[in-house]
Design a protein around this ligand. Sequence first.
Ligand code: 5RP
Length: 263
Amino acid sequence: MPKSCSGALEPRTERFQASQSQPESAKRHADRYAPRSMDAKEIAGRRAAAEAQPGMLLGLGTGSTVHWTLQALGERAARGERVRGVPTSLDTERKARQLGIEILRLDEVVALDLASDGAEEIDARFRMIKGGGGALRREKVVASLARRVVIVVGANKVVERLGTTFALPIEVVPFALAPVARRLALLGCDPKLRLGKDGLEYRTDNGNAILDCAFAHGIADPERLERDIDAIPGVVESGLFLGLAHARVVGHDDGRCEVVEQA
Ligand code: 5RP
């Protein structure tokens, strides 16, 4: 059983309350997601922001759960705290700027104190599938530079076996799409080219394509699969994130929040 932050064997369960006083920019930001009430994502996202001590250099993840981490950090910035971080996507960079969070580039930092990010799936060993939002490449770089990586998810993202609820995203150089797709299929998946909302080939912030690879029975051996995928010329990044997370914050719709540390 994973150890909790408090050192007990049971995961720490908390009730986490949303701040009622949001700055105007934060409110505008929240409206876009229009949550009906404080849901699992908000609970987990805001709890991760509480891990950020003043002065820390942060990694700013991407997605609708980290959206709430950014909100909470933005509220602190609005109260005068200096909040700084490296964004994992252009979308997060834009949102963070709107919220008064200072943007750092990777040539300005050697390491980060804390990175928080979402995931599509996370298992008991904190292995993950990420990249639903297409930011996998930058997310992995930022996570690899952080002393502590906290993953924020709703309870529905916790799985026994990776690949059972979500296809594995693989970022690929557009030039190499066809040969990479053939090689990936030989690894037992069904690669599908990701399309954007406009119906055209999706492009990441790095100008690459994504193949979403469905495994009919999930991923039996993520470590081996990662090695096999990384060996394919033309692959830029796989959405398998192994050995990168230090803690998992799981939000529940009833207001509970579990913080579990990697053993
Ligand atoms: C983007 C990601 C995100 O972290 C992941 O998609 C989680 O997003 P959400 O919190 O919206 O479910 O990997 O590339």
